[in-house]
Design a protein. Structure first.
Length: 361
């Protein structure tokens, strides 16, 4: 196993630039916030944000807004449309519902944008997939289905799951064959769905805190039929909470990007106190860290930050629908600069610049 290194072995930093998008007054789709966006470029090269829009009752939709750029820096957005609504029964929960926290990946060898999102249905949060060629029209491919693994002695389909992101290119699968891979964050607590259900974990998992897992779909099957991408297997644990800023749980942020060291994954770590269930928590603290995953085996962490790259400090990050939240979900390059878009206190969208620490260049 590759030795885990920490802190300065992840040679990247985040510098906040400010608020990119705030809720629009008198817009019923946004009365409870705009947050946790996806992003992408259309065929003409225009850069778009796909924010989560939250209406009254914590009902979420996915919007589309063009990012305004001045002198190479994102400074605002121009709203265009709502592109995904919770209009399927499995996306409408009993207490609230919606299509939440989208992440998009442009996969060039498939020629499509892939949107993963949380379908908040009658049994809570489940990851789902939609596909588009233009960022406006999305075709649902349905909820992800996790193949049974007898060695793990568990069925991942039983569990609530969030923070699923897709690698933008093929990677080696567990058998060495080219595969498309996803990172996801299952949660073992079943009590809120079935009182007395407890927290049954996969075989060999002693730490019950939610962490990051990887699963795969064979590239040959996906190229033949893109809907096969929702059928995942080869589940392996990538990382569990380890450092103080991750004490409760961790989860993936934007889809990983390729860097000289391997795959750079911006992730979130959570501390504080969790109440039962999965609704908006008020006593938690979300910060952003980073990991480097091996290019040869993305299930292997080769470096990891021991302290956050970005933590709630500004008023917009500390005060909102859920206070004290920095939640990164999208990453884009503009010219020779890279930007991370993130949710601020479940209320607004912020932007930070990702740069390489010069001493590592």
């Amino acid at each position: 196993m590759t030795q885990l290194r920490v802190a300065t072995d992840v040679p990247y930093q985040l510098t906040r630039l400010g608020v990119l998008m705030s809720p629009e007054r008198d817009n019923p789709d946004e009365v409870e916030g705009v947050l946790n966006p996806a992003s992408g470029r259309d065929r003409e090269g225009r850069l778009w944000l796909l924010p989560r829009l939250v209406a009254a009752g914590n009902v979420s939709r996915v919007g589309l807004a063009e990012i305004e750029v001045i002198d190479g820096t994102p400074i605002g957005v121009r709203r265009a449309a709502v592109v995904l609504e919770p209009d399927r029964a499995w996306e409408r929960g009993t207490d609230h519902g919606g299509v939440e926290d989208p992440r998009t990946t442009w996969v060039s060898d498939l020629g499509v944008h892939l949107m993963t999102y949380v379908a908040y249905g009658p049994l809570g949060p489940k990851p789902a997939l939609a596909v588009s060629t233009d960022l406006r029209k999305w075709k649902r491919l349905g909820p992800f289905q996790f193949g049974y693994d007898d060695d793990l002695d568990t069925d991942f389909n039983l569990y609530p799951n969030k923070d699923l992101v897709i690698f933008p290119e093929q990677v080696p699968g567990p058998d060495g064959q080219p595969s498309y891979a996803v990172l996801h964050r299952p949660m073992w607590d079943l009590d809120w769905i079935s009182p007395g259900g407890g927290s049954p974990r996969p075989a060999g998992v002693e730490d019950g805190r939610p962490g990051i897992w990887i699963s795969y779909a064979p590239a040959s099957e996906v190229r033949a039929d893109i809907s096969r991408l929702v059928n995942l297997s080869g589940h392996r644990m990538v990382a569990l909470p380890r450092f103080p800023f991750e004490a409760l749980k961790i989860g993936a942020g934007p889809p990983p990007i390729r860097v000289p060291e391997g795959w750079l994954l911006i992730h979130h770590g959570v501390t504080g106190e969790l109440s039962p269930g999965f609704d908006q928590q008020q006593n938690v603290y979300y910060a952003a860290g980073a990991m480097i995953l091996s290019a040869d085996d993305p299930a292997t962490v080769v470096a990891r930050t021991a302290v956050p790259l970005l933590a709630p400090e500004t008023t917009d990050e500390r005060s909102g629908i859920v206070p004290n939240v920095v939640f990164p979900t999208a990453i884009e390059t503009i010219g020779d600069r890279t930007f991370v878009f993130y949710g601020m206190a479940d209320s607004k969208v912020g932007v930070a610049e990702l740069t390489r620490i010069q001493e590592y260049s």
